[in-house]
Design a binder for this molecule. Structure first.
Ligand code: SF4
Length: 475
């Protein structure tokens, strides 16, 4: 089968899609990736490839883009949706008129569907499949088990990005994964719903062996420039023995600086030492909000401020720089709470603080809380990622939107609230829009990429704000 894989932009580069592409190629299918925003004659190029099926990314908060793309594909071409929206909202198939969708992790499910289409088999028997019926309703199959073994598979097909779009290959910072899943169940995250979809049968975390991770990194290192990397796992190194082996081998066998995300609970003294020895230059942890009580009750995350303080000081004591993830305008949160989150980040000495405005994913604890408070969210087919506002805030959310814009600057420069409050209370968050350049410069510090490399890349992609809401195990 000739399979066209379609995404919006290079900033949507999906490791999950590269992993399933490796499996599809191994089974003899022909693949071509199309990044719609980087193709001058997108429609003509897709038609010239003569695909038998198009696999199109359907992520949450990307439906207007999805509909515009589907409208430009040949009417007779079957289209399969994959991604976060296709996984958590099967009705997207009927809303868009797509042929069907494949839900959840794709490793086995998508190849089974493509094989069956080639053989003219019955797709409705295949797990994880959504099909649009002639009467406009959808058939939804129970999900298949995702793989336990992340090692014994074809290597991810990184060339589909890096060779087809050489500016991506040249960019000397690249992402990898070492496993899937997380031991936590935050009320704003995809993972609890993903686990529920699989009937709670999967272990919370599945890992690649250290040898497999090194093989994946070296395969990229051999073919494309690579000066620093990011491990984009939900939770890097929850296992001490794995981290011991990694810290021993990665510096000798790869020897590059990296960043990763983990949770404060996993940053023991020993793990902080191993992360530093392995070459971690930045480690990200979730702070979310400054209040223990709100972190648990609003966000379903039972991590204490004390645990966060300990993790931050253990990392910084070893020269590892600290990134934090924060959420503003949560349901029921006041502006003073959000300013306290800013102050807490200052106390932690966050080097790379990120703040995003709360948006509840379908089926999440946050969505339940929002609807209980009468929050009216825009319909999924009406807005895109770059349009996210302080939807969940009580009343006017413009001060939260302004705080999100000024957050990095205020944390890094330890601006007192007496300075920040007037800045954000004017209601003119657009006046703070130029701070996007400060934010971009700070993000560069995270990656370690030079300004020249960054500008070369950004010339093609624009700002990353419109990146799809993918997940590392779902495109
Ligand atoms: S720690 Fe991160 S990855 Fe894990 S459940 Fe919470 S938000 Fe999701």
């Amino acid at each position: 089968m000739r399979v066209a894989l379609i995404q919006a932009s290079a900033v949507d580069e999906s490791l999950a899609l590269a992993e399933v592409a490796g499996v599809l190629k191994q089974r003899g299918h022909r693949l071509r990736l199309f990044l719609e925003r980087h193709e001058v004659r997108f429609q003509t190029k897709v038609e010239a490839f003569r695909p038998d099926v198009a696999v199109v990314q359907a992520a949450i908060m990307c439906e207007p883009w999805l509909k515009s793309v589907l409208a430009r594909l040949p009417k007779t071409l079957p289209t399969l949706l994959v991604g976060t929206a296709a996984t958590f909202d099967a009705d997207i198939v009927s809303r868009t008129g797509a042929f069907g969708a494949v839900q959840g992790e794709l490793d086995d499910a998508l190849p089974a569907v493509v094989d069956a289409m080639e053989a003219g088999g019955d797709l409705s028997e295949i797990p994880s499949v959504v099909l649009l019926r002639p009467d406009g309703t959808v058939h939804v199959s129970p999900w298949s088990e995702p793989p336990d073994d992340l090692d014994g598979r074809a290597l991810p097909d990184r060339a589909m990005y890096f060779d087809t779009y050489p500016f991506m290959g040249r960019f000397p910072w690249k992402r990898f994964t070492t496993g899937r899943g997380c031991v936590h169940s935050c009320g704003f995250c995809y993972l609890p719903q993903l686990r529920a979809g699989y009937g709670g049968l999967k272990p919370a975390v599945r890992r690649k062996s250290v040898s497999r991770v090194l093989e994946e990194v070296r395969a990229v290192q051999r073919r494309w420039p690579l000066r620093s990397l990011h491990f984009a796992d939900d939770l890097f190194a929850p296992s001490r023995p794995w981290l011991e082996e990694f810290a021993d081998r990665f510096p000798r066998e790869v020897g590059l600086p990296f960043s990763c995300n983990t949770s404060p609970e996993t940053v023991t003294e020993r793990n902080a030492e191993l992360l530093a020895r392995a070459g971690a230059r930045v480690v990200g942890i979730g702070v979310e909000v400054a209040s223990d009580e709100q972190r648990v009750n609003l966000l379903g995350r039972p991590t204490s401020n004390e645990a966060i303080r300990r993790a931050a000081s253990r990392l910084k004591a070893r020269g590892v720089r600290l990134a934090t993830f924060n959420m503003l305008a949560n349901p029921g949160e006041g502006l003073e709470d959000a300013l306290e989150t800013m102050r807490f980040n200052q106390e932690l000495g966050a080097d790379f603080p990120r703040a995003q405005l709360a948006y509840p994913t379908p089926g999440s604890h946050l969505e339940t809380l929002s609807s209980q408070r009468g929050v009216e969210l825009p319909s999924p087919d009406s807005f895109e990622r770059k349009d996210v506002r302080a939807w969940c805030a009580d009343g006017d959310g413009s001060s939260f939107e302004s705080l999100a814009r000024v957050f990095r600057l205020a944390v890094r420069w330890r601006l007192p609230t007496s300075v920040v409050r007037p800045l954000i209370s004017t209601g003119a968050s657009s006046a703070l829009a130029p701070l996007v350049f400060y934010d971009a410069a700070l993000e560069l510090g995270w990656t370690g990429v030079s300004i020249v490399d960054a500008l070369r890349y950004a010339r093609h992609t624009g700002p990353p704000v419109s990146r799809a809401t993918y997940h590392e195990s779902i495109p």
